[in-house]
Design a protein around this ligand. Structure first.
Ligand code: PMP
Length: 410
């Protein structure tokens, strides 16, 4: 793959930011969009726009076919056994909340356990706190190693026959650690628990096969994988989706409505109450076509290579602390760091003044920040359109930031 060619597909790289070409290192927050996705969205609204599953007219059929075709693309992308196991949602957050409301709140009871690491994104943590509050179940946190990794023996020790849900990110959005989901799934299943996997940072960046992972649920967001905002996915095993209740009730999701009771369609449609996210799903389908054309294995290698380069470059700079897996250890395409003694918002502001966009803050992982002993960090995250020059631009901008704050402090 050639990131210089890929960049030509992304109109945003023509933007000049504060007098500098854009160096976009915030794809873990949201990715940029190629014109192939933008054009599909435009074409949809210009030539196919209609509501789905309702009209018998030609446009209604076109829109329905395009929408259901997008579901097939998602299913193939994550190797789901059937497209009926793919529910379109607003994103990872909504997908996890739907599991919490439609499954966990109905199934769990006093004394049950939900096992998770303290490094989870708030969207894979707060829904479980809420389930625990509503049902009397208990949250049980896995110990983290200093580099953010999880030891399987700790998972073995934590998961018991009382465990009903193990919730874990495939890839940490803060540390870039890649969790051994298949091994953890095996431990969960041996104890009669299900496993909910937050794939927000893995599905966009590496090949993901739900059957190989043997995960019971997988949640991810379209906007982090070249798709539009407002669309995401909830994958579930067939029997679980059958057991799970809808979260939203109204049009589209029903079978028969009586005055006092109603019945639902089958999954996935029973979870898609109201007019679904039609354009979003079609845009996500186009994004998947784009990613497939490049190849997920190539993308994974490219992103990890840039992150490793950044870890190496930043670790050699005085005054920079790098968090997460040590150099040479598996890490996805992101690196989290701090300039000692300087608030990451200030670092990010100086980087922005030379066109370098990084994320600064607690990354929706406050408990992890506490474990790391910091309030917040800066994070550079890479994707298929980034180059080695972008890593160098980051390092040089950090040198400038050091100089700037050195003067300011001195
Ligand atoms: N989980 C992880 C690991 C994430 O990185 C994110 C996005 N920052 C989310 C969940 C939430 O995704 P969304 O905001 O698209 O619902």
């Amino acid at each position: 793959m050639n990131p210089l060619e890929i960049r030509k597909d992304f109109p945003i790289f023509q933007e000049i930011i504060n007098g500098h070409p854009l160096v976009y290192l915030d794809s873990a927050a949201t990715s940029q969009k190629p014109r192939q996705v933008l054009e599909v969205l435009q074409r949809y609204y210009e030539r196919e726009n209609s509501n789905v599953h309702r009209g018998v007219h030609t446009l209604g059929t076109r829109a329905t076919e395009a929408y259901e075709n997008a579901r097939e693309k998602v299913a193939r992308f994550i190797h789901a056994p059937s497209a009926n196991q793919v529910v379109f949602t607003r994103g990872t957050t909504e997908s996890i909340n739907m599991i919490a409301y439609g499954y966990a709140r109905l199934k769990l009871k006093q004394g049950d356990e939900i096992v998770l690491p303290p490094s989870e994104h708030h969207s894979n943590l707060i829904p479980w706190q809420q389930v625990a509050r509503a049902t009397g179940a208990r949250l049980k946190y896995l110990p983290l190693q200093g580099d953010g990794t999880i030891r399987l023996e700790d998972v073995e020790a934590a998961v018991t026959s009382d465990t009903k849900i193990v919730a874990i990110a495939h890839v940490s959005n803060v540390l870039g650690t890649i969790n051994p989901v298949r091994d953890i799934a095996d431990i969960a299943h041996r104890n009669g628990s299900i496993i909910v996997v937050d794939g927000a940072q893995s599905v966009p960046h590496m090949p993901v096969d739900v059957q190989e992972l043997d995960c019971d649920f997988l949640a991810f967001s379209g906007h982090k994988m070249l798709g539009p905002t407002g669309v995401g996915v909830l994958y579930g095993k067939k029997s679980l989706l059958e057991e799970m209740e809808p979260t939203y009730f109204g049009g589209e999701m029903i079978d028969v409505v009586e005055l006092h009771e109603s019945t639902w369609k089958e999954a996935p449609w029973k979870f898609e109450g109201g007019t679904p996210i039609i354009a979003g799903a079609i845009g996500l389908g186009a994004a998947i076509d784009y990613l497939n054309r490049i190849g997920m294995a190539e993308i994974a290698e490219h992103d990890a290579h840039l992150a490793a380069l950044a870890v190496d470059r930043l670790s050699k700079m005085d005054g920079i602390s790098v968090y997460g897996p040590a150099a040479g250890q598996p890490r996805s395409g992101l690196v989290t760091f701090n300039l000692d003694g300087v608030h990451p918002h200030d670092v990010a502001t100086v980087l922005d003044s030379v066109g370098v966009a990084v994320r600064a803050g607690h990354h929706c992982a406050q408990p992890l920040m506490r474990l790391l002993g910091v309030g917040s960090t800066a994070r550079a995250s890479f994707y298929l359109y980034n180059t080695e020059d972008d890593v160098e631009a980051l390092a040089q901008a950090l040198e400038q930031a050091k100089e700037f704050f050195g003067y300011a402090i001195g």
